[in-house]
Write a protein that binds this ligand. Structure first.
Ligand SMILES: Nc1ncnc2c1ncn2[C@@H]1O[C@H](COP(=O)(O)OP(=O)(O)OP(=O)(O)O)[C@@H](O)[C@H]1O
Ligand SMILES: Cc1ncsc1CCO
Length: 266
């Protein structure tokens, strides 16, 4: 008993494909194109609206919002600070990805301000989640220096304080809302050999949260779909380049039966 039924992931995948939720992304310069392609492959509709004069209005009409701190230029920071309260006000589910916080002061302060607005989901690697809880000094740039287990306490603490969900990525992904905790052991290390493997997952979480109000269930489904598709892609890939292409194909083709067969949950 894990607090999450695999069959639900198949149902939510169908819902995403049928409804094509509009996902508002304020993300980093490195992963914009990959993130948009991942959302399109899944069946969602990406829109990269990242200027302050537009982001508040758009956060109110989108189905879900992603705020990713990877390359937080001043104008983009202002766009984030306009979008997050607008999402809260409108009831738009939003995902915070605190990329590379800890040692870098500007994004760390911004991440703490955004955390205090109550994101529906926080997604990061173990070093980022420890830094967001105030108990770690960050990783090595955008990469984690800690395993997921080291961040379990920090994840539960953030989830309890924000009232949202926290997802810690790594060889095993951990998802918690402070009461329920699920570990998903699917995925492939090739996801760490193409840029945006974690960043695009945040956008996929926003797509699932757009179609399911239980954001814990939505986040578990997002991780399972994403990591099972990655395993399928890896079985065809000759390396990171062909993996990235095969991953888009797998996201568009993965089925509920595939999820049921492949899921490794605890
Ligand atoms: N060693 C591994 N084996 C299998 N899957 C992995 C491994 N490491 C990470 N993943 C998968 O890769 C995805 C991204 O996780 P990762 O921890 O690399 O994110 P990140 O460090 O935040 O990435 P980004 O470079 O986008 O900031 C997750 O779905 C996770 O399941
Ligand atoms: C490489 C890199 N640098 C800032 S954001 C980013 C994308 C992966 O997090």
């Amino acid at each position: 008993m894990t607090g999450f039924a695999v069959s639900t992931a198949g149902d939510l995948l169908t819902r995403v494909r049928e409804r094509g939720p509009l996902v508002h992304c304020i993300t980093n310069d490195v992963v914009v194109n990959f993130t948009a392609n991942v959302l399109l492959a899944l069946g969602a509709a990406p829109a990269m609206v990242d200027i302050p004069e537009e982001s508040g209005v758009f956060a109110g009409v989108a189905g879900g919002l992603l705020i990713n701190l990877g390359t937080p230029h001043a104008e983009r920071r202002a766009a984030m600070e306009a979008a997050a309260p607008a999402a809260v006000e409108a009831g738009t589910p939003w995902v915070l990805d605190p990329v590379a916080i800890g040692a870098l002061p500007v994004r760390t302060a911004l991440a703490h301000r955004l955390r205090d607005l109550g994101p529906s989901v926080v997604r990061g690697n173990a070093s980022e989640i420890l830094a967001l809880a105030g108990t770690g000094s960050g990783g090595r740039g955008v990469d984690a220096t800690e395993g997921v287990d080291a961040a379990t306490g920090a994840a539960v603490e953030i989830a309890t304080k924000t009232g949202g969900v926290v997802a810690v990525s790594g060889a095993v992904d951990l998802i918690t809302d402070g009461r329920r905790t699920v570990r998903i052991a699917n995925g492939d290390a090739l996801l760490t050999r193409v840029t945006g493997g974690g960043c695009a997952l945040g956008a996929v979480m926003a797509a699932f949260a757009a179609v399911e109000s239980d954001h814990f269930t939505a986040t578990c489904a997002a991780v399972l779909v994403y990591t099972v598709a990655a395993e399928q892609a890896a079985s065809f890939a000759g390396g990171p380049g062909s993996f990235a292409v095969a991953f888009l194909d797998a996201l568009s083709a993965v089925t509920a039966d595939d999820l049921a067969r492949a899921a490794r949950l605890s």
